[in-house]
Design a binder for this molecule. Structure first.
Ligand SMILES: [Zn+2]
Length: 83
């Protein structure tokens, strides 16, 4: 009896997916020629879905109560030098 896990992986000898020319992953189907990752051989455009990127949940930044920076002498001096 062999389990589905590590022992069964030793019996895998045939390749169903070969290296993809476009994305470099081993996801291009040997017989159909379609890449499961980027869609090479299937479409000219790259295979992409919006659900691949996880959106940030909640507020983006904590509200900062910092006062706007007052102009210092250094910045004024630089401006005068530039002129
Ligand atoms: Zn690909």
């Amino acid at each position: 009896m062999t389990s589905k896990g590590t022992a069964a992986f030793g019996k895998r000898q045939t390749k169903t997916h070969i290296l993809c020319r476009r994305c470099g992953k081993r996801t291009r189907h040997k017989r159909t020629g379609e890449c499961a990752s980027c869609g090479y051989g299937k479409s000219k455009k790259l295979r992409k879905f919006n659900w691949q990127n996880k959106k940030p949940v909640g507020r983006k930044r904590p509200h900062s109560r910092k006062k706007p920076k007052a102009k210092t002498k250094k910045t004024k001096a630089k401006k005068t030098k530039a002129k």
